[in-house]
Design a protein around this ligand. Structure first.
Ligand SMILES: Nc1ncnc2c1ncn2[C@@H]1O[C@H](COP(=O)(O)OP(=O)(O)OP(=O)(O)O)[C@@H](O)[C@H]1O
Ligand SMILES: [Mg+2]
Length: 366
């Protein structure tokens, strides 16, 4: 008869595909029951909507089936309790709870399900639009794998300086900027393992001297991996803004990301649809709006998921060019792009105030 020790040993080699850590180390193996040659393993997923649940179940099955004496494997999936999740990702912080961030009024994360949808472009220009309205704004690049906020803000080669054991973020266009890109040697990829991601982001939440801010925008890496999960736990978020493009495939990924934040007790401020349309001039000299990637995906998703739709951003070469030269397009509030972002910024201010009044959302019970 196989032993529990043998089963756990086999499971040590099974990793959560997104977190890239052993299920055993993550505390995801809740129970192993052995009856003769039958083994039942209960796996607690980090979140109920875990996109990888089928793969995790298959991997567990395959690994346990290889243990000598095992004939049959059953896998039961359940979800971690908030307490179990806290052990891995830290205790979820409420607004006002974190000392280092106590003078920051609204912390807003910008997320997406899929990479390359324009999250960073949106985060940077949104920060600029809020600053143009007179708010005190900071932006934190939490994309540990490919930090680029500092480049889009024209701060290449800058470094934060330290004062009283805190890091003082450099400022550009009136906005305080902190990026992992400042801390890593330029051009060298940073290779992070799961536990380090958590530690680095937690330390960042403590160590940066943001001073008094109305808004802190956090640019996340895509998906539902370590970094977005940790940010939702460690930073007392007012809410999250989710960026999508109109394509269907991206819509499915966004739904997953939204579910993850909702499950972690973070309010969704709304969806922004990026690269929605392209403005051009038709043969008749009239302005034409071309929906390059199809129409209405973001609005439909917002309706289906019952979250607000915050606006559409056109496909505009000025946006990519301005990123390359480190001068965000929204700096000109009279430009077309400037106006689009100003409108979205208004909606976000409105949502932030509404959520502030509602108070802490609290963790949904798993
Ligand atoms: N509305 C837009 N019009 C034109 N180009 C855009 C627009 N939005 C983003 N881009 C361009 O698309 C590319 C990807 O954008 P960005 O880096 O902001 O995406 P991201 O979601 O942050 O990507 P990642 O997942 O890698 O972090 C960039 O070259 C950017 O300049
Ligand atoms: Mg990005």
């Amino acid at each position: 008869m196989p032993t529990e020790k043998e089963v756990l040993e086999a499971l040590k080699h099974v990793k959560d595909p997104e977190l890239n850590r052993s299920l055993v180390d993550l505390g995801m193996i809740r129970k192993v029951e052995i009856k003769d040659d039958k083994v039942k393993v209960t796996v607690a997923l980090t979140i109920a909507g875990c996109p990888m649940k089928r793969r995790i179940a298959e991997d567990v099955k395959a690994a346990v089936a290889k243990v000598p004496g095992v004939k049959e494997v059953e896998v039961e999936l359940t979800t971690m309790t908030p307490e179990e999740r806290e052990k891995i990702f830290g205790k979820k912080k409420e607004v006002g709870e974190k000392k280092a961030l106590k003078d920051v009024r609204h912390i807003i994360a910008v997320a997406s399900g899929k990479g390359g949808v324009g999250k960073t472009t949106v985060a940077v220009n949104l920060a600029v639009a809020l600053s143009k309205k007179g708010y005190k704004v900071g932006i934190l690049d939490a994309d540990i794998y490919g930090p680029n906020v500092h480049l889009l803000m024209g701060l290449e080669g800058e470094r934060p300086f330290s004062r009283d054991q805190r890091l003082v973020p450099p400022e550009r266009w009136g906005i305080k900027v902190m990026s992992f890109g400042f801390l890593a040697p330029e051009g060298q990829p940073i290779i992070w393992r799961g536990p380090l991601v958590h530690r680095a982001l937690s330390e960042l939440a403590e160590v940066i001297d943001w001073g008094v801010l109305d808004f802190l925008i956090i640019d996340l890496p895509p998906g539902t991996g370590d970094a977005p999960l940790t940010v939702a736990q460690v930073f007392p978020l007012r809410g999250v803004v989710v960026v999508t493009t109109p394509q269907k495939i991206s819509v499915a990924d966004v739904a997953r990301s939204i579910h993850m934040f909702q499950e972690l007790g973070t309010r969704i401020m709304g969806i922004i649809e990026n690269m929605s349309y392209f403005k051009t001039v038709g043969p008749d000299g009239q302005e034409q709006i071309v929906p390059v990637f199809g129409e209405g995906g973001g609005e439909k998703l917002a309706r289906d998921l019952r979250v607000p739709f915050l606006g559409k951003i056109p496909l505009d070469p000025n946006l990519s060019k301005s990123g390359e030269i480190g001068k965000p397009a929204a700096l000109d509030p009279e430009s077309e792009i400037g106006k689009v972002f100003a409108e979205i910024a208004d909606k976000i201010v409105e949502k932030a105030l509404e959520f502030e009044k509602l108070g802490s959302c609290g963790l949904k019970k798993a």
